[in-house]
Design a protein around this ligand. Structure first.
Ligand SMILES: O=C1O[C@H](COP(=O)(O)O)[C@@H](O)[C@H](O)[C@H]1O
Length: 260
């Protein structure tokens, strides 16, 4: 597992644009090296900000959208098309405007889908889909995602892994139903930390003063049960992409003054 690296940008707009440029390069490189690329999307303000910046980036045309696999790190368990769903929001800001192959887009099941209102059954089905997509070269029942994106909540949650809730303790399953989340809606589906750690690269996005404490805690040696963001690591790279406000409480030895 890789140690976190921190990049600090002036503000959240620049952070989103720089992260979008970085993601375009990463996707093109993976498609060149392996024929296709796989990205795990996140919900939340910063994840959607990155997708909106990507939609506006001229270099987006360098991506072969038909050879991109999209998965989700978590989902709010609501009906298909519900504005609260991370999938609905991602469609609005980017996905409906690029020529994706629908067979390669893997939203988590909605609460009015084949598993009805059973978030645990929906989570199990998503785990089965991930396992079917994993190949012999992968490190277990999850593909080696090229990039897994995560927003970071003010309470240090990532995906729908909240401090001290049962999902953050999970070591066997790759996807779980989450019940009683402190942030609405209470019922969610989430990748677990072992599934997150199967990714080649994990990028954590945090902008704004309300994320400063979370970033400082997670990057200062906190345990993953108390601070789930601390347990989100990629096999090759773990990148924290921050704006200055979110970086404002980092210990000085973690703050790279040269980044812009
Ligand atoms: O509810 C969620 O929150 C987190 C963080 O969102 P933010 O708006 O505080 O950036 C997000 O990463 C997660 O995917 C989402 O379901």
């Amino acid at each position: 597992m890789s140690a976190p690296q921190v990049v600090v940008h002036r503000d959240k707009e620049l952070m989103a644009k720089a992260a979008a440029a970085r993601l375009i390069t990463k996707i093109v490189d993976a498609q060149t090296a392996r024929g296709s690329a796989s990205v795990v999307l996140t919900g939340g303000r910063n994840g959607n900000g990155l997708l909106a910046a990507l939609a506006e980036a001229p270099a987006r045309d360098a991506v072969d959208w038909t050879r991109l696999d999209l998965w989700w790190g978590d989902e709010r368990f609501a009906p298909d098309g519900d504005p609260e769903r991370n999938h609905t929001q991602a469609r609005e800001v980017l996905l409906d405007s690029v020529p994706l192959n629908p067979a390669r887009v893997h939203p988590m099941p909605p609460s009015d889908g084949p598993y009805g209102n059973d978030a645990d059954a929906a989570a199990e089905a998503y785990a089965t889909a991930l396992a079917a997509a994993a190949g012999p070269e992968d490190h277990g029942p999850v593909p080696s995602f090229d990039v897994l994106l995560l927003g970071v909540g003010p309470d240090t949650h990532v995906a729908s892994l909240f401090p001290e809730l049962p999902a953050v303790y999970e070591q066997e399953r790759t996807v779980v139903g989450v019940h009683g989340a402190p942030k609405p809606p209470p019922t969610r589906i989430s990748l677990t930390l072992p599934a997150i750690r199967a990714a080649r690269e994990v990028w954590l996005l945090a902008a704004g003063e309300d994320k400063a404490n979370a970033a400082a805690i997670a990057l200062s040696g906190a345990g993953e049960v108390q601070a789930p963001a601390a347990g989100a690591r990629g096999r090759s790279r773990t990148l924290w992409l921050l704006d200055e406000a979110a970086a404002s409480q980092l210990p000085r030895d973690l703050y790279p003054p040269a980044s812009a």
